[in-house]
Design a protein around this ligand. Structure first.
Ligand SMILES: Nc1ncnc2c1ncn2[C@@H]1O[C@H](COP(=O)(O)OP(=O)(O)OP(=O)(O)O)[C@@H](O)[C@H]1O
Ligand SMILES: [Mg+2]
Length: 442
């Protein structure tokens, strides 16, 4: 399927305006060229006519030299020929080699003389004919030179207008580009309204609707979160009572039923864990309270979490330790950081067979603090990996779990502008490398 062509509004505008300017420039250039040529020609004609009438009325014809040298006149000059009635040859001529047609029509004519085209003005008076002529080529050259000069302003101006168009369009659309970046930054954790100040009126309706949408989205996500939180909270109390009652009941259960009763107790415990995870998820999804955020020593949190899970690890013969530990700080709620890390470590221990190994490390690079949890478990099918952060998704149904742990991790890292990832080990061993990163603070 051919992809639809994605075109930039800026490029479209710039192209259209530049083409328009160029067309106007060319039309203007051609018309001024033509006008100037016609004007020049009229001027040169006027001059021929003026010389002829002047020559006749002032009687200057007689003062012209009778025998001028042939070909002595400059090429661009005006040539004069005076005829008198009754005399076959010209009475006076500025160049005797120029044989102008004596019988030419009065007024302006163009004729071939001596193999060249000439523009001739013929003044026919009683007793006398005055002819004034100029080479057509010379006239043409004069007109050409002048009209070329009229093109210069256009040739210089059009590229300048192109540059101006580019600058103006870019400036006008800069605000739009900035808005695009703001819209792109909206996600489940950042519901900032877009500012309408300084926004062009054409764009304002979009901003207003996007803002309304952001508000509705925020409300609906908050509503969902609150429902989960309330439901989990409401369920917790009766479930605790249930657990207590079951514990009290145990001595009174007949020995033959003890096995089934233990299953019932395990079920209650499972439900309790699910509710606890739901509550954590709802908390991690809520907007972070500014006064609970502080500078947290990541290494200290890692040490705490390792100490916490050490008894279970030892019980299962799993060697848990932290090798590479950089002292690094992040801005977060230390409880959140603990919950995120505890989920990763508990996954590593839970899914790694007895006698395995779990390694933690803290590194700081690219302005981020990275906590890595590496295990020697079976890893995860590559096809299922992209879904492990989904709520309630479980890749391994043999081992008990609610499928919420990694969703909680993701919600927490998103809260602080961090990131989380899970990948299979690539160093020849099976196992998972789980990584979370938070922006580092000094
Ligand atoms: N270190 C790991 N090794 C192998 N599989 C893992 C590992 N970590 C996570 N998984 C797989 O990813 C799934 C999702 O993990 P997640 O922590 O979200 O849920 P869970 O562990 O099943 O439940 P919960 O953590 O809420 O008790 C798990 O069910 C498991 O199949
Ligand atoms: Mg888990």
């Amino acid at each position: 399927m051919p992809m639809p062509k994605i075109r930039s509004l800026r490029n479209q505008l710039v192209l259209a305006l530049c083409v328009l300017v160029s067309v106007v420039g060319v039309v203007q250039g051609v018309s001024s060229w033509q006008l100037s040529k016609a004007g020049m020609s009229a001027l040169l004609d006027l001059r021929l006519e003026q010389v002829a009438t002047r020559l006749y009325h002032s009687g200057l014809a007689d003062s012209l030299p009778t025998t001028p040298a042939r070909g002595s006149q400059p090429e661009r000059d005006i040539y004069l020929v005076v005829w008198k009635d009754g005399i076959e040859t010209p009475y006076r001529s500025t160049d005797p080699s120029l044989a102008l047609p004596r019988d030419a029509d009065p007024g302006f004519t163009t004729a071939m003389v001596n193999g060249e085209s000439w523009r001739i003005f013929t003044l026919r008076e009683p007793m006398m004919v005055v002819q004034v002529a100029q080479r057509s080529r010379v006239r043409h050259e004069l007109a050409q030179a002048t009209s070329l000069n009229t093109l210069w302003p256009m040739i210089v101006l059009v590229p300048l207008v192109w540059i101006a168009v580019l600058l103006v369009v870019r400036r006008a659309l800069r605000r739009l580009t900035r808005l695009g970046a703001q819209v792109q930054a909206i996600d489940m954790t950042h519901f900032d309204q877009l500012s309408t100040s300084g926004v062009p009126t054409e764009i304002r309706p979009f901003i207003v609707s996007i803002n309304k949408m952001i508000e509705r989205l925020e409300q609906s996500i908050e509503g969902e979160r609150k429902f989960i939180s309330d439901a989990a909270h409401e369920l917790r109390t009766p479930l605790t009572a249930l657990q207590l009652q079951a514990d009290n009941l145990q001595p009174h259960i007949a020995p033959g039923n003890q096995e089934r009763f233990r299953e019932l107790q395990a079920g209650i415990r499972r439900s309790g864990r699910l509710i606890a995870q739901l509550l954590r998820l709802a908390r991690a999804d809520a907007a972070v309270k500014a006064d609970t955020v502080m500078r947290v020593d990541v290494a200290a949190v890692v040490v705490d979490v390792v100490a916490e899970v050490l008894p279970i690890a030892m019980q299962r013969g799993i060697d848990i330790g932290a090798d590479e530990m950089t002292s690094a700080y992040v801005r977060a709620n230390d409880a959140d950081l603990g919950i995120a890390l505890r989920n990763l470590v508990s996954n590593a221990i839970r899914y790694t067979p007895d006698g395995g190994k779990v390694d933690l490390s803290v590194q700081q690079r690219d302005g981020m603090v990275w906590i890595e949890v590496v295990d020697t478990g079976p890893g995860i099918d590559e096809a299922l990996l992209p879904r492990v952060f989904d709520r309630f998704f479980r890749a391994n149904l043999q081992i008990e779990g609610s499928g919420l742990g990694l969703s909680i991790v993701l919600a927490i890292v998103n809260r602080y502008g961090g990131s989380a990832s899970l990948r299979n080990r690539t160093d020849g061993q099976s196992g998972i490398v789980a990584t979370i990163g938070f922006p580092a603070v000094p």
